[in-house]
Design a protein around this ligand. Structure first.
Ligand code: SAM
Ligand code: SF4
Ligand code: SF4
Length: 336
C-alpha cells in the first residue's frame, strides 16, 4: 500500500495536533447523497431518495474552513451517483494537499475515466466495498452483475499502478466463512484490503451479527489466517491490535468509549451535522460544540466498531504512534 510522504505526514501531524487541542474533528465524513444504486441487506440505505436539499459543491468550502479535518471520507449512499462528485472533491481539497481524501463507494458506477478524473480532483484512496469473493456479492447487495463488473474494473485500474485501491469488507454472519477467500481475491486483483465489522444499529437486525460460539471461532480462525498473510507492504491494512479489537467487539457484543461527534462526525447530504451515520441527533455547523457537550459527553452507545472508531477512540500519542500509521497506510514500525 502506497505510503504517505514524509512532508504530508508532517502536515497531517500538525493539523491533527491543532484539531485535537481545539476539539475539532480529525475525520469528517461527507455523505454527499442519500440515494444508492444498491439495496444491501446490512444497510439502511437503498434506491433513489429526494436530492433537492443536497449541498452544492461550493457549499463544502464553508464546512472545510470551519472544521479543517485531516482526513475526509466522501461517502453516502452511493457518492458516485453525483455527477458533480469531482467538483465536490475539488471544493473539499481547495487546492491543498490536506485533507487526505478517501472515496467510499460500491464502485457500481466506476469507469477508468471517472477513476482518473477523481484522482486528478484529489481522491487519495479509493475504498471499494466487497462482501463476497464471488456472485453472492450481487445477492447481498441486490445488484445483479456487480461482482462481474468489479472483477473486471478493479484489477484493470490496479494495473495502472497507483496503489490507491482498498477493498473494504464488512464482516457479517453471512460472510464470516469468507474472510480468507476475500484476502485471496484482493491479492488476485492486486489491491489492498481492510476488514470492518457489522453493526446492528443501522437496521436493527441482529441476524448478521456473530451470535454463536461457532461463528466466533470461524472469525478467529479467519483473522488468524489474515494475520499470517500480512506483510511489510501493509496490503492487509488492519493491524493486530485492530483485529483483536474486532474479535472483542463481536465476543462482547459491543465496544464502549466512542468519541463520535468530537473526533469524527458526519455531514449529511443536506448539510446538517450528525455524530455518526447511525446516530440521528442533528446540529447546524454553527452549533457543532453543542453536539460535543450534549451528545459525545453522554454517549453510551457501543454498537459499532467501524474503522473510524478503531483509530480515533485512542489517545493522541497512540493515534500518532500506531493508528495514524494504519489509517494512512504509513508504517512507522512493524506491528505484527
Ligand atoms: C454505508 S456505505 C456508503 C458507501 C458505499 N455505498 C459503499 O457501500 O461502499 C459505507 C460502508 O458501510 C458498510 N456498511 C453498511 N451497513 C453496515 C452495517 N450495518 N455495519 C457496518 N458497516 C456497514 C458498507 O459495507 C460500506 O463498506
Ligand atoms: S452499503 Fe453502500 S451500497 Fe449498500 S445500500 Fe448501503 S450505502 Fe448503498
Ligand atoms: S458506537 Fe459510536 S460511531 Fe458507533 S453507532 Fe454508536 S455512536 Fe455511532
Amino acid at each position: 500500500m502506497r505510503k504517505v510522504s514524509l512532508l504530508d505526514s508532517i502536515r497531517i501531524i500538525g493539523r491533527g495536533s491543532a484539531n485535537w487541542i481545539a476539539e475539532r474533528p480529525i475525520v469528517v465524513s461527507f455523505d454527499v447523497t442519500d440515494s444508492c444504486t444498491c439495496y444491501c441487506r446490512h444497510c439502511d440505505h437503498g434506491g433513489p431518495k429526494d436530492e433537492s436539499a443536497n449541498l452544492q459543491p461550493r457549499d463544502y468550502r464553508r464546512y472545510m474552513e470551519a472544521l479543517r479535518p485531516c482526513v475526509v471520507q466522501v461517502s453516502g449512499g452511493e457518492p458516485m451517483m453525483r455527477d458533480d462528485l469531482a467538483e465536490i472533491v475539488r471544493c473539499i481539497k481547495g487546492g491543498e494537499r490536506l485533507p487526505y481524501t478517501i472515496l467510499v463507494s460500491n464502485w457500481s458506477l466506476m469507469t477508468e475515466d471517472r477513476y482518473l478524473e477523481l484522482r486528478e480532483a484529489g481522491v487519495q484512496q479509493f475504498s471499494v466495498s466487497l462482501d463476497f469473493p464471488d456472485d453472492r456479492h450481487d445477492d447481498f447487495r441486490v445488484h445483479p452483475g456487480l461482482y462481474k463488473h468489479l472483477s473486471q474494473i478493479v484489477p484493470r485500474l490496479a494495473e495502472l499502478g497507483y496503489d490507491d485501491i482498498v477493498l473494504n469488507s464488512c464482516i457479517t454472519s453471512a460472510n464470516v466463512d469468507e474472510i480468507a477467500a476475500i484476502a485471496g481475491k484482493a491479492r488476485e486483483w492486486g489491491v489492498n484490503l481492510c476488514y470492518s465489522a457489522y453493526s446492528p444499529r443501522r437496521t436493527g437486525c441482529r441476524d448478521y451479527f456473530l451470535n454463536t460460539p461457532e461463528q466466533l471461532a470461524v472469525l478467529n480462525r479467519g483473522l488468524d489466517l489474515v494475520g499470517a498473510r500480512r506483510d511489510k507492504t501493509n496490503w492487509i491494512v488492519n493491524s493486530s491490535s485492530t483485529r483483536n479489537a474486532t474479535r472483542r467487539y463481536f465476543a462482547q457484543g459491543g465496544t464502549p468509549g466512542c468519541k463520535a461527534g468530537l473526533r469524527f462526525l458526519v455531514v449529511r447530504a443536506d448539510g446538517m451535522l450528525q455524530p455518526c451515520s447511525m446516530q440521528f441527533e442533528q446540529y447546524p455547523l454553527e452549533k457543532r460544540e453543542a453536539m460535543v457537550t450534549e451528545f459525545t459527553a453522554h454517549n453510551g452507545c457501543d454498537q459499532c466498531y467501524v474503522s473510524i472508531r478503531s483509530y480515533l477512540d485512542k489517545s493522541f500519542p497512540q493515534l500518532l504512534g500506531e493508528n495514524v500509521a494504519e489509517f494512512f497506510s504509513w508504517r512507522v514500525r512493524d506491528r505484527d
